[in-house]
Design a protein around this ligand. Structure first.
Ligand code: SF4
Length: 344
């Protein structure tokens, strides 16, 4: 293998570097200026071919904006998004073409995201038609194949979305996303609108499809329980920043950042008598138009100290492939002194 071959194989499928996205919101009454929301503030992440990266955080953390930026649906203020080594922002028409061919999306709402006036066969076949892939008969045959792959009956092709349940509609959405054989699918809260039993079926389907097709997922969700079951690696976002990132088994097994600790301690466990340390988060996530100085989590962190207000903690390696952005993660891990620190 030559050096250039190695460079190509070592290259991640997606590499996001120092991405920042902001937008203006409506001005308040009596104000002349429109506040700026720094939705994503200098984050970096990478996804290898065939893997799943989970992106978790509360509403307002910037995770969905990150997904939209990857899809070029919102412009980045700075930073780069490289898909298979191509910078999507600077590659012009080539970048758009690559994005169309290699990346697709599964939406949260299986009801609103499907055109009610189109038959399922046309919905699933539309991306193939837009990209002029194959002729009519071969497109039809691909649609039949993909509907079978996602577990829908053969006659679904000539039926309308309203004839299906929520879970089946999400299967239609997944079929549409996979029709063009993308390398990456951005799944934005794909099971949030579904019943728990149906959620499990859809998650299993996504994993099976990944095994069969080698597709990678950027899996965006607020529910850690969902993310830990599908993601090889997980990144936790808070107020536009990644606060912890690493292999899911390590991150969920021994979270280092107080925010991750709080999120994981709230995950229900099957045995109610099992001992557990609970870190209770109080208050709302602050406004991204005016984030706290220093560490953005400090207004809700039970371990906050003076330094936390003055210095922004950087995302740094913390062992076992995990990176964490907290000045005191070592001390917190060493102390383990309290099971339920006083909330602020
Ligand atoms: Fe808490 Fe300070 Fe760590 Fe931020 S840097 S998570 S405020 S201890």
């Amino acid at each position: 293998m030559t050096e250039s071959d190695r460079a190509v194989t070592d290259r991640p499928l997606l590499e996001v570097t120092d991405l920042a996205v902001s937008f203006k919101v409506a001005r308040a009454r009596g104000s002349w200026t429109r506040p700026v929301v720094r939705a994503v503030d200098g984050i970096s992440l990478r996804i290898e071919a065939g893997e799943t990266l989970g992106l978790v955080g509360e509403s307002g953390s910037g995770k969905s904006t990150t997904g939209r930026a990857v899809l070029q649906l919102v412009p980045a203020d700075s930073g780069s998004i490289q898909l298979e080594g191509t910078d999507l922002a600077t590659a012009g028409a080539n970048g758009r073409e690559l994005l169309r061919k290699r990346v697709s999306m599964v939406f949260q709402d299986p009801f609103g995201s499907l055109n009610a006036r189109m038959k399922v066969g046309d919905i699933v076949g539309e991306p193939l038609e837009i990209q002029r892939i194959g002729d009519r008969p071969s497109r039809r045959s691909r649609v039949t194949e993909i509907l079978d792959l996602v577990g829908l009956p053969a006659d679904a092709i000539s039926r309308y979305p309203h004839e299906f349940s929520g879970g089946q509609r999400q299967r239609i959405g997944i079929a549409r996303a996979l029709a063009v054989e993308p390398a990456l699918v951005v799944c934005d809260e794909p099971v949030a609108a579904l019943d728990v039993s149906v959620q499990a079926q859809i998650l299993r389907l996504l994993k099976d499809l990944q095994r069969e097709t080698g597709v990678a997922y950027l899996f965006i969700a607020h529910d850690l329980n969902v993310v830990r079951h599908v993601s090889r690696r997980t990144a936790v976002m808070y107020l536009g920043k990644i606060v912890e990132e690493g292999p899911s088994s390590t991150l969920f097994g021994a979270p280092r950042h107080p925010y991750t600790q709080a999120l994981t301690s709230a995950i229900p466990i099957p045995d109610p008598d099992a001992p557990r340390r609970r870190l209770v988060l109080t208050g709302e996530i602050p406004s991204p138009t005016n984030p706290p100085s220093g560490c953005r989590f400090r207004t809700r962190c039970p371990y906050a100290q003076e330094r936390c207000a003055a210095e922004v903690p950087l995302l740094e390696p913390a062992g076992d492939g995990v990176s964490v952005a907290c000045h005191f993660w070592k001390e917190i891990a060493a102390s383990k002194e309290t099971t339920e620190p006083a909330a602020r």
